[in-house]
Design a protein around this ligand. Structure first.
Ligand code: ADP
Ligand code: ZN
Ligand code: MG
Length: 480
């Protein structure tokens, strides 16, 4: 098993908040759209004015149940909202409506890839809650502003079991969860904008110890890389304390991106500090078996299922299947190509290599790729038909990506058609043989490796257009 230190092991459990992509907020009809001017998407309910009543958004429940299904959770027959009381400027009611003793779902798992195998990370629970507003500190030294557009946006909180042992597992787990949320199209998973947030609980203990050590909760990491770095730092900090004879204190710590350290923020609050009690303004939610089934029907094929099917159906390596299913749109692109021309492994190679590279360089998503699946398939078909060589294909690919033209058009416009005419190739072969008498002698004297040299020379003379197979054959015959 993986471990961070020869004497110690780390224990990591994550609490993740995912903003749901419903059109309206969880308890009122205000828009959830990101980026509007401050406080323009508010109403008496989400402002927490006296006398108003919350009404639960059914679609938020649908989305939460979708996630519960997708992560193999048990959906509780009855769940209840609770008030979590605390004081903060971005929380107008003075409490957050969350779920506490009776969450929506419990006991699921997510599978992550580790060292060629998979590891299951247990889920303790998934519950629904409302987001708080946002404090804005920029702009002035001595004032803070509050934007309540986010107040009341639906969230699900996904709590994991303390099943992770190294930072890399935590990152893989986060990536898996985000992939599932995106497949379901219920969260955009944007860590920088805060629609997918992670708090990491971490402790260390001596190898062999079964009791859990005292944990710290680390907040404020808004990228996968920072999660990795913050955990590495925090684990080392705790081991150093124990090695120095000290004790870790239970607290909440903040990741400081600039300094690359975690700093103490506050001592850990306990549940009783929040004076949780059942929300009197909302009735308990009963997600009936029928409702659950109705939602199950909305589930798309999930990443794991798709991966397995790709391996089975298209006979491609697990690695390829993994890359190709990393998003629903990329998987869609691959399958579109296959529909046009069924050469799965060749298509996979072009997508994983050339296409992903170009997309990365131009910073666009596969959905906006200027190169369409049918064009890639046609280009591969043209190679198989001997119209273009592999080398020319690279040029065609670049052109297609640049201007979105069809491969046939590019080949015609640029005169890239492969030369298979033996007469023309023979001319090049003769020239190469005449111009390189020393190499000819060497080859005939037994230096077989020189064949590659002759092929290269002929290809060069033909501007890369000669059919390499024909060139090979012809050279062998001629040099015998
Ligand atoms: P709290 O009461 O402090 O919120 P919970 O028991 O609810 O703690 O757990 C919160 C998260 O912390 C969960 O993801 C859980 O797996 C993780 N966790 C709990 N105890 C530990 C520990 N000793 N070390 C690391 N993670 C832990
Ligand atoms: Zn509102
Ligand atoms: Mg807790």
């Amino acid at each position: 098993m993986e471990r961070v230190h020869e004497k110690y092991e780390a224990v990591i459990g994550l609490e993740i908040h995912a903003q749901l992509l419903t059109k309206s907020k969880i308890f009122c009809g205000c828009s959830t759209k990101f980026g509007a001017s401050p406080n323009t998407q508010t109403c008496p309910v989400c402002l927490g004015l006296p006398g108003v009543l919350p009404v639960l958004n059914r679609e938020a429940v649908n989305f939460a149940v979708m996630m519960a299904h997708a992560t193999h959770c048990r959906i509780e027959p009855l769940c209840r909202f609770a008030r979590k009381n605390y004081f903060y400027p971005d929380l107008p009611k003075g409490y957050q409506i969350s779920q506490y003793e009776q969450p929506l779902a419990t006991g699921g798992y997510v599978e992550i890839d580790r060292d060629g195998g998979t590891k299951r990370i247990g889920l303790t629970r998934i519950h629904m809650e409302e987001d708080a507003g946002k404090s804005i500190h920029e702009g002035s030294e001595d004032t803070s502003l509050v934007d309540l557009n986010r107040a009341g946006v639906p969230l699900i909180e996904i709590v994991s079991e303390p099943d992770m042992r190294v930072p890399e597992e935590a990152v893989e787990y986060l990536k898996s969860l985000r992939e599932i949320l995106r497949y379901l199209d219920i969260c955009d998973g944007n860590m920088e904008e805060g629609s997918f947030r992670c708090d990491a609980n971490v402790s260390v203990r001596l190898v062999g110890e079964t009791r859990l050590g005292t944990k710290a909760e680390v907040k404020n990491m808004n990228s996968f890389r920072f999660v990795q770095k913050a955990l590495e730092y925090e684990i080392k900090r705790q081991i150093d304390i124990l090695e120095g004879g000290g004790r870790v204190v239970q607290e909440t710590r903040l990741w400081d991106t600039d300094k690359g350290v975690t700093v103490s923020m506050r001592s850990k609050e306990e549940a009783h500090d929040y004076r949780y009690f059942p929300e009197p303004d909302l009735v308990p939610v009963e997600v009936s078996k029928e409702w659950q089934e109705e939602i199950r029907k909305r589930l798309p094929e999930l990443p794991d299922e798709k991966r397995d099917r790709f391996i089975r159906e298209y006979d491609i390596p697990a690695y390829d299947a993994h890359v190709l299913t990393s998003s629903r749109s990329l998987a869609g692109f691959f399958e579109e190509c296959i529909k046009e021309y069924c050469k799965p492994k060749v298509i996979s190679n072009w997508i994983m290599g050339d296409l992903l590279r170009e997309l990365k360089i131009s910073g666009v998503d596969v959905e906006e790729s200027p190169l369409r699946p049918a064009q890639l398939s046609r280009m591969i078909q043209m190679m198989d038909e001997g119209i273009i060589s592999g080398k020319i294909a690279k040029t065609v690919f670049e052109e297609m990506y640049k201007n979105g033209k069809d491969p046939d058009v590019i080949v015609k416009e640029k005169g890239l058609v492969q030369i298979t005419d033996e007469g023309e190739i023979e001319g090049y072969v003769e020239r190469v043989i005449i111009e390189n008498p020393k190499e000819v002698e060497g080859y005939r004297g037994g230096k077989d490796r020189l064949l590659g040299f002759f092929v290269g020379q002929v290809m060069k003379l033909s501007g890369g257009k000669a059919n390499p197979a024909v060139v090979n054959e012809m050279l062998k015959k001629r040099l015998k």
